[in-house]
Ligand binder design. Structure first.
Ligand SMILES: Nc1nc2c(c(=O)[nH]1)N(C=O)[C@@H](CNc1ccc(C(=O)N[C@@H](CCC(=O)O)C(=O)O)cc1)CN2
Ligand SMILES: Nc1ncnc2c1ncn2[C@@H]1O[C@H](COP(=O)(O)OP(=O)(O)OP(=O)(O)O)[C@@H](O)[C@H]1O
Length: 228
């Protein structure tokens, strides 16, 4: 971009007239960059934390999470014909495939997220145990293109980090936030995380959408209700 007219409005010169002038937009941009840098460092640390558990530790975590998740879902009554979005585990994420298979056997429609367009909302496609999977964006296994597109009633979102406000830190693509922003009504959202991945805050930004609950290997967070 060059020359005048490339911007929607002329640059703000107020600080040159009065250096103490507070430019809220400039400050927000700096803060957003600081948060993005902090999040990148936290993602590396939190991925290492999960790595450090080893396969046996991660399997124990996955087992316990499946148990707590079962309790949370059972409290919702029958889920027959409900669409529940899970995920195919990557990079040490808790493996919920056993519970997804059980739910499928109980008549729940299971969907998995697919990045069909980068930097756009996720698409959810129907999954069944044993289904042929393809490698999608980021090499994540996804159902084939002929699998039915579904809209989830409940979405499980894997979290690298989380906070007490039920805010989620993911892999940095912004995919769940974009997806939840585009869905109306929003699905019930359940974050899946390691207890030790709890942060004091993820420094929520305007685009961050909190989840309704977080399930870890040690239990279930209180429910965060959506504003009505
Ligand atoms: N198992 C699983 N499936 C999932 C997700 C997930 O978190 N776990 N997703 C949850 O969203 C979606 C994929 N998420 C992705 C998140 C980031 C990038 C990515 O390209 N990351 C960049 C960094 C981005 C940045 O920092 O600006 C990279 O690592 O180069 C790709 C996919 C859908 N499927
Ligand atoms: N609704 C949205 N519209 C446009 N851009 C968005 C939206 N939500 C998030 N983003 C972009 O995505 C970037 C990454 O967001 P964030 O750090 O919250 O990712 P994340 O939640 O960790 O990622 P993921 O959901 O993919 O695991 C943000 O800097 C923002 O620019």
């Amino acid at each position: 971009m060059s020359g005048q007219g490339a911007y929607a409005s002329p640059p703000c010169m107020a600080a040159e007239v009065d250096p103490t002038y507070f430019d809220p937009l400039g400050t927000d941009a700096q803060q957003a960059r600081d948060v993005a840098r902090w999040r990148r460092a936290e993602r590396t640390r939190l991925a290492g934390l999960r790595e450090g558990l080893g396969q046996t530790g991660r399997a124990q975590v996955s087992n316990s999470i499946c148990g707590h998740l079962e309790t949370v879902l059972a409290a919702r009554g029958t889920l027959r014909e409900t669409v529940l979005a899970g995920y195919w585990p990557i990079r040490g994420e808790p493996d919920l495939r056993p519970i997804l298979s059980d739910l499928h056997a109980a008549g729940v429609c299971i969907a998995l997220p697919v990045v069909e367009t980068p930097a756009a909302p996720l698409v959810f496609r129907r999954w069944m145990p044993g289904m042929r999977m393809l490698r999608g964006h980021w090499s994540i296994p996804v159902p084939p293109p002929e699998a039915e597109v579904l809209v989830p009633d409940i979405a499980l979102a894997p979290c690298l980090g989380w906070d007490a406000g039920c805010y989620r830190l993911g892999w940095g693509g912004g995919y769940y936030d974009r997806t939840l922003a585009a869905l109306s009504p929003r699905p019930v959202t359940i974050g899946i995380a390691l207890a030790a991945a709890r942060l004091i805050t993820i420094y929520p930004q305007p685009h961050d959408i909190p989840l309704n609950r977080i399930v870890t290997e040690t239990g279930v967070s209180g429910e965060r209700k959506d504003p009505t």
